[in-house]
Write a protein that binds this ligand. Structure first.
Ligand SMILES: NC(=O)c1ccc[n+]([C@@H]2O[C@H](COP(=O)([O-])OP(=O)(O)OC[C@H]3O[C@@H](n4cnc5c(N)ncnc54)[C@H](O)[C@@H]3O)[C@@H](O)[C@H]2O)c1
Length: 486
């Protein structure tokens, strides 16, 4: 298999070109399967940050002056290019993250292309309204915000870049995007593709760096909006920095989501749902349903069947299309997850399967199933971001809802039951932004995605995202003479 060369032409993509400044700190690109360095980039210097913002400001003028139809055509062309290059982009996503190709070839560039296509389709319909007021009238215009900053996490580098770029660009904004320092490669390809599709150079720029570069970017007064995908502690810092400039924000943060499985659920379906809710991307998904509450009547059957189904995990080289479970993204993340597993054992959870690192040079953690987990255990309270499923027993519906909601997070929630009245009743009471009935972790671009409570502010995807990347201008038009008091 010929692999894409992981080393990018240069670290940053600014003003339509790859640019470099090796005086920035070196950031190694590590392939999580081998633990070996496969490329390197340099963190953006102040000069690179300045060039990126200047290029974005310039491009935004041209872009905002184009019709929505023209803007949409560029985004849809970019979607077509991404789809045509799915194989190569998916391999790069695998090298960047360690997620199996079996998964990346279905999800990542595809989901990115869906966002570009969807918002490309919406671009021409972003109109204001006419408000009759007797003889007078008013109208509204939907205007872009200006230059937006996008800051990404490491679990979905292509998708996160596209989920932010597509609505921003559709509304007439430009963007400077900083990927996670752990996954630096994929967003550069998104930038290349947008230029190839006809976006003005500088419309979507990618600069590398750690938190300090992100902080510098969002502190700049020329940045009108900040969209972050990351953890709650980072969200607090970024939100506070954005508040200094009264900037618009979208915060896509962490979660500890409940998945409620009732006695009357289809057992096999519920087990499949819980697998999707916990082991996809080796558990590194923000919306994962990591607290699986199972009603007493099917509790033992659920735990037994889940343990059996986990025998279907196939590890190995994530680029092998037969492999369905990959390593974690970094040594640091593996160690963090192993720490939580030890806490689970020490606090008395019953380890059913897994519970240790796997052999190999890469960053492996075995898919881990804990039963008899109780609400106060660390593994039931904190976001682990790894392949660790906790099963908690419950007796009745009200108890399950109360315990499900007893968290500071509010990203997702799910329910498995064949009683449709109960399904809707329970979902209505669960405090979460993205919910599922007899399913889990579906994220089509047509549906708003985001969290409540500490899990976030604002929504990505769907028409809801337009509100977060545009502002309304109201214009009052008087048709009659003005009556003034003096
Ligand atoms: N809700 C969602 O849509 C969603 C999706 C994916 C991941 N996540 C969350 O992301 C976390 C995992 O990702 P991570 O470890 O990369 O998160 P992180 O918070 O460590 O970093 C996220 C990004 O913020 C940058 N950053 C750090 N400090 C900054 C600062 N002071 N100013 C500006 N930027 C700064 C980082 O460099 C990185 O690019 C998990 O908590 C997960 O739940 C949420």
């Amino acid at each position: 298999m010929t692999l894409p060369a992981p080393q990018p032409k240069a670290s940053h993509f600014v003003g339509g070109y790859y640019i470099e400044d090796t005086s920035g700190d070196e950031i190694a690109v590590i392939y999580p399967f081998t633990g070996e360095q496969i490329a390197s980039v340099h963190a953006a210097t102040d000069g690179i940050v300045e060039q990126a913002i200047a290029a974005a400001l310039h491009a935004q003028q041209d872009w905002a002056a184009r019709s929505g139809t023209e803007r949409g055509r560029v985004l849809r062309r970019a979607a077509d290019i991404m789809r045509a290059r799915n194989h190569e982009l998916s391999q790069l996503e695998t090298l960047d993250t360690g997620k199996p190709y079996q998964e990346t070839s279905l999800v990542d560039a595809t989901s990115g292309a869906d966002a570009l296509e969807y918002f490309g389709g919406l671009a021409a319909s972003l109109t204001g309204e006419h408000i009759p007021l007797g003889e007078d009238w008013a109208y509204t215009m939907r205007e872009p915000l200006g230059v937006c900053a996008g800051i990404g996490a490491w679990n979905y580098p292509t998708q996160i870049a596209c989920w932010k770029a597509a609505p921003a660009l559709a509304c007439g904004n430009a963007m400077v995007f900083k990927p996670s320092e752990t996954t630096t490669l994929c967003a550069l390809k998104v930038a290349e593709i947008l230029v190839e599709a006809g976006a003005p150079p500088g419309l979507f720029n990618v600069i590398q760096g750690r938190g300090d570069v992100g902080a510098k970017l969002i502190a700049d007064p020329r940045i009108a909006k900040v969209s972050l995908t990351g953890s709650v502690p980072t969200g607090r810092k970024v939100y506070a920095a954005a508040a200094e400039g009264i900037k618009n924000v979208t915060m896509e943060l962490g979660g500890k989501s409940p998945l409620l499985i009732f006695d009357d659920a289809d057992l096999e379906d519920a087990v499949s749902g819980a697998i999707l809710a916990n082991f996809y991307s080796s558990g590194q998904v923000c919306s994962n349903g990591t607290r699986v509450f199972v009603q007493a009547g099917i509790y033992d059957a659920f735990v037994a069947r889940m343990a059996e189904r986990l025998h279907g995990v196939k590890t190995g080289d994530p680029l092998d299309p037969e492999v369905n479970f990959g390593p974690l993204v970094s040594a640091e993340q593996r160690d963090k997850v192993l720490g939580y597993i030890e806490a689970g054992k020490a606090e008395g959870a019953r380890l059913v399967t897994g519970g240790a690192a796997l052999e190999g040079p890469g960053f492996w953690v075995a898919p881990t199933l804990f039963a008899d987990v109780t609400d106060e255990m660390t593994i039931a309270r904190e976001e682990i971001f790894g392949p660790v499923l906790s099963v908690l027993k419950f007796d009745d519906e009200a108890e399950a809802v109360a315990r499900g909601n007893a968290t500071e997070f509010g990203l997702s929630a799910g329910v498995f039951t064949t009683n449709i009245t109960r399904a809707h009743r329970v979902i209505r009471q669960l405090q979460a932004g993205s919910c599922f009935i007899n399913s889990y972790n579906d994220a089509p671009v047509e549906v708003p995605f985001g969290g409540s409570k500490l899990s976030g502010v604002g929504r990505e995807n769907a028409k809801a995202a337009i509100e977060h990347y545009s502002q309304l201008k109201s214009v009052y038009v008087r048709m009659s003479q003005i009556e003034a008091p003096f």
